[in-house]
Design a protein around this ligand. Structure first.
Ligand SMILES: Nc1nc2c(ncn2[C@@H]2O[C@H](COP(=O)(O)OP(=O)(O)OP(=O)(O)O)[C@@H](O)[C@H]2O)c(=O)[nH]1
Ligand SMILES: [Mg+2]
Ligand SMILES: [Zn+2]
Length: 299
């Protein structure tokens, strides 16, 4: 029996790094997981059996309890999530970002925002910071100036972080820059649509040694553009907005949804600069989506 960590999984075949052997084994998962509908995830700590040292193959027989679990990207045991939004090309989807913040808040993973490609539109990069700095930590970066990555590198040192965001935002470019290796393929945007081409197809975990003193792990993940808000009761949504839970106040109506009712405490937040107007407008969009979902489910 040996222990390891899942680096990658494609078509039911998992690459598992074992510290004791200092090597990667190609592993299959025993049927037992399928029975409990528990699927091994990148970042899972696993126990191996049937180890074949010559062919470097083994079977995963157990998954250790997870410290954390994310649905999108599907990864286990991360402490931090770096969400990459490009200042331009591709145009950032801020509603997607808002939903990701909610989702990370729910599972207790710290989300930080990396605004990439600031060389292409510095002004808009700063506009995004204005909208989000009251909710999450923000970093403005550009691959044209590698020093701009240093504050993030410092921030993830000693932890396990996953990097996520739209296709073409610059996730793999970041991984290559900070490791100083061409670990991942990167790809141009489609000229026709201005969107990324989904260059990265599978999540992959790397142990980064070069620029860190403490062991640090980072997971690259495929870009995505669709994300459904978690199916929570709409009144609970405010619990996942730092601007709201850090500045609680009273509304005229006890059952105020904070989506435009008169006498709402969010008016004060906007006026005093404790929440950005557009974050609040998108809050209302997500609230309505949840309300629809909730109605369908319980009617
Ligand atoms: N100008 C500029 N281009 C960048 C920057 N970062 C990345 N790019 C370019 O943007 C394109 C997409 O980068 P990738 O790193 O492949 O993007 P990704 O987020 O990994 O995309 P997927 O794997 O498809 O999810 C590449 O052509 C990169 O060279 C940046 O800071 N500035
Ligand atoms: Mg990529
Ligand atoms: Zn209110």
């Amino acid at each position: 029996m040996d222990k390891g960590i899942i680096l990658k999984g494609v078509g039911g075949l998992y690459s598992v790094w074992t510290d004791s052997a200092g090597e990667i084994y190609r592993c299959t998962a025993r049927g037992i997981f399928r029975k409990d509908s528990k699927k091994p995830l990148i970042g899972d700590k696993v126990t191996l059996s049937e180890i074949d040292d010559n062919n470097k193959t083994a079977a995963i027989v157990e998954i250790a309890p997870r410290k954390s679990e994310l649905r999108r990207p599907a990864v286990a045991n991360v402490d931090k999530l770096i969400f990459v939004a490009a200042a331009s090309n591709p145009k950032p989807d801020l509603l997607l970002l808002d939903k990701m913040i909610v989702s990370a808040e729910m599972v207790g993973i710290e989300l930080v925002l990396m605004i990439s490609k600031s060389d292409q539109d510095r002004e808009y990069a700063e506009e995004i910071v204005k909208q989000y700095s009251l909710a999450v930590k923000c970093f403005i970066t550009s691959a044209k100036n590698k020093e701009s990555f240093l504050p993030i590198v410092k921030y993830i040192e000693g932890s396990t972080a996953v990097i996520a965001g739209q296709s073409g935002a610059g996730k793999s470019t970041f991984i290559n820059c900070i490791t100083g290796k061409e670990l991942m393929d990167t790809g141009n945007l489609s000229e026709k649509t201005g969107r990324g081409k989904h260059t990265t197809r599978h999540s992959e975990l790397f142990k980064v040694t070069d620029c860190f003193d403490k062991p640090t792990f980072i997971i690259d993940s495929p870009g995505f553009s669709m994300f459904e808000a978690e199916a929570i009761e709409p009144v609970l949504l405010q619990k996942y907005y730092p601007e709201m839970y850090n500045n609680e106040g009273f509304c005229r109506f006890q059952d105020c949804s904070h989506t435009g009712e008169p006498g709402c405490f969010t008016d004060e937040l906007i006026k005093s600069g404790k929440m950005h107007q557009e974050r609040l407008e998108r809050y209302a969009v997500i609230y309505k989506e949840l309300a629809e979902k909730y109605k369908k489910r319980y009617k």
